[in-house]
Design a protein around this ligand. Structure first.
Ligand SMILES: Cc1ncc(COP(=O)(O)O)c(C=O)c1O
Length: 385
């Protein structure tokens, strides 16, 4: 499978989840789009990608056609989906558009992605609002306890909750539907950060009953960087603005987001090619391969390193975060040194971090990985104990 990607064959790449890896054929499709654009750039950008010049035409723009393919993949209607650069941009759009009064609360968990937490902090700071953070039961993850903690944290001033579908460092698949149900019962609108979900979990976004869902397609859905999307429930679209205001202001959800200034739209227009690649590989086959490899890896690595994983298989997607032996340290500096040593000495790229007084490895499994990659990581760590 490695031949479908341009990855260096001398590096064991166990870090697909961090910034994604675009397959060769998707990059080729993106280049073809760029070549076409450069033949007649203004026609391509202003008449075909969006309709900002000339007499409006009836057929959908290329942006809308690409959005339709993405919408179909996540069970949504084309008119409820817009492209954004990435999940960070989607979170910015929603939280910065959301009306908050002094004393209002934004609800997060302590496993939210760091950038998302900072957006919430920024918005709260500007409006005199507060961020309330639910502590996820971890490292011994307990989905039921998380749902209870979330319910307890909802108060009279909770105005919006930002929930991960799959967390970043801890790589947990959250019990999203139950968490959403708790928020809805408390009258709290929900923004889902699904950065890692498309291409890992089958999605039917409208059925979740959430207000907004933003995600990346460049991580697991094989789109080129930078390609994310934002879905908004119809009743949430009127006052939703992109982080960058442009010509579409007050012209409706699609007009606001489809043009955010002159930029290269090729990652978005090439997203359908990534989805086609995934369908050709067979989404279910990919899921079976990646999930079973990572679950096996989590158990084997913990056994080899004499540590323990304390999350169930149900909370595992295509990534697993495994504790490293205590002898390897506990600080962010030690994590950085070890990560460099693995890359430059062992030619293994894997995400490492320090938390809960120890180091952790987050292993990503994509179809180009196999048990030999896990064995290489297991041994490289064993050599350093
Ligand atoms: C849960 C989560 N949210 C958001 C992001 C941000 O993604 P991006 O940098 O593409 O905006 C990440 C990135 O890894 C993530 O793991």
């Amino acid at each position: 499978m490695l031949s479908h990607w341009s990855l260096d064959p001398d590096v064991t790449y166990l870090n697909h989840g961090t910034v994604g890896v675009a397959p060769k054929r998707v990059l080729a499709a993106q280049q073809a789009i760029r070549d076409e654009m450069e033949r007649q750039p203004s026609r391509f950008l202003l008449r075909e990608v969006v309709c900002l010049a000339g007499v409006p035409r009836d057929e959908p723009t290329r942006m809308r056609r690409a959005a339709a393919a993405v919408a179909a993949f996540v069970g949504a209607r084309e008119r409820d989906v817009v492209f954004v650069d990435n999940a960070t941009t989607g979170v910015n759009a929603v939280l910065r558009s959301f009306p908050l009064d002094p004393g209002d609360e934004i609800l997060l968990t302590d496993h939210n992605y760091g950038a998302t937490a900072r957006v919430a902090l920024f918005v709260a700071r500007e409006r005199g609002a507060q961020v309330r953070t639910v502590t996820v039961p971890y490292p011994r993850f307990d989905a039921g306890q998380l749902i209870d903690e979330l319910a307890r944290a909802i108060g009279p001033r909770t105005r919006v909750a930002v929930l991960d579908h799959i967390t970043s460092e801890s790589a947990l698949v959250f019990p999203l539907q139950e968490m959403v149900d708790v928020c809805r019962a408390g009258g709290v609108p929900v923004l889902v950060d699904g950065a890692h979900a498309p291409g890992v979990l089958p999605l039917d976004i409208p059925s979740l009953g959430v207000d907004w869902y933003t995600a990346n397609l460049h991580k697991w859905a094989h789109a080129p960087r930078s390609c994310g999307f934002l879905w908004a429930a119809p009743e949430r679209q009127a006052n939703l603005h992109p982080a960058v205001i442009s010509w579409g202001l007050d012209k409706g959800f699609l007009a606001e987001f489809d043009w955010v200034g002159t930029r290269d739209p090729s990652p978005w227009l090439a997203a359908p090619e990534g989805l086609a690649f995934l369908q050709e590989l067979g989404f279910e086959d990919v899921r079976t391969h990646n999930h079973s490899l990572v679950w096996r890896a989590a158990q084997q690595l913990a056994e080899r390193w004499d540590t323990a994983i304390e999350f169930p298989e149900a909370a595992t997607g295509f990534m697993a975060t495994v504790p490293l032996p205590a002898a390897l340290g506990s600080t962010p500096e030690q994590a950085a040194c070890l990560r460099d040593a693995l890359l430059f000495e062992d030619r293994i790229e894997v995400q490492l971090h320090a938390a809960h007084r120890r180091l952790w490895a987050r292993v990503s499994c994509q179809v180009y990985n196999d048990d030999a990659d896990i064995e290489a990581l297991a041994r490289a760590i064993e050599r350093r104990i």
